[in-house]
Write a protein that binds this ligand. Structure first.
Ligand code: HEC
Length: 111
């Protein structure tokens, strides 16, 4: 029940508000929640199921979460000039959601 634990972590974090007590003792957000999986399914249309498509569109699975997150934030903030669609897609997500998506794809293929 990995997903359940992460959901509980999110709920606890939300419940605790700005208090950092729970955030410090809770595990990092490395386990994809059902909600993240749902968001990530929209990426599969172009990047392939599980983000592993080999083709003109870059694969995003199993790459460092920090790299993916930085790329997504760059798209969102118009700091990545070589973009056709990702700038528009990234703007549809909060920074926290982009971080969760980056961690989701970074962990695919690592189990
Ligand atoms: C409409 C097709 C499409 C969808 C949907 C899509 N992408 Fe992309 N993605 C691209 C294309 C095309 C590129 C290459 C950059 C560009 O042209 O914008 C790209 C590039 C990227 C990159 C940079 C990869 C690299 O090595 O440069 C990341 C990270 C990424 N996408 C993540 C995502 C995530 C996460 C989602 C879901 C929220 C998503 N993409 C949804 C088409 C798509």
């Amino acid at each position: 029940m990995k997903n359940y634990g992460f959901t509980a972590f999110l709920l606890l974090t939300a419940w605790a508000g700005s208090s950092s007590v729970w955030a410090e003792s809770a595990p990092t957000a490395s386990h994809p929640s059902t909600q993240v999986a749902l968001m990530a399914s929209s990426c599969a249309n172009c990047h392939g199921t599980d983000g592993k498509l080999a083709g003109a569109i870059p694969a995003i699975a199993n790459r460092p979460a920090g790299v993916l997150e930085a790329q997504l934030l760059a798209f969102k903030q118009d700091q990545q000039p070589n973009t056709t669609v990702m700038n528009r897609i990234a703007k549809g997500f909060s920074d926290e959601e982009l971080k969760a998506l980056a961690e989701y794809f970074a962990h695919i293929g690592q189990d």
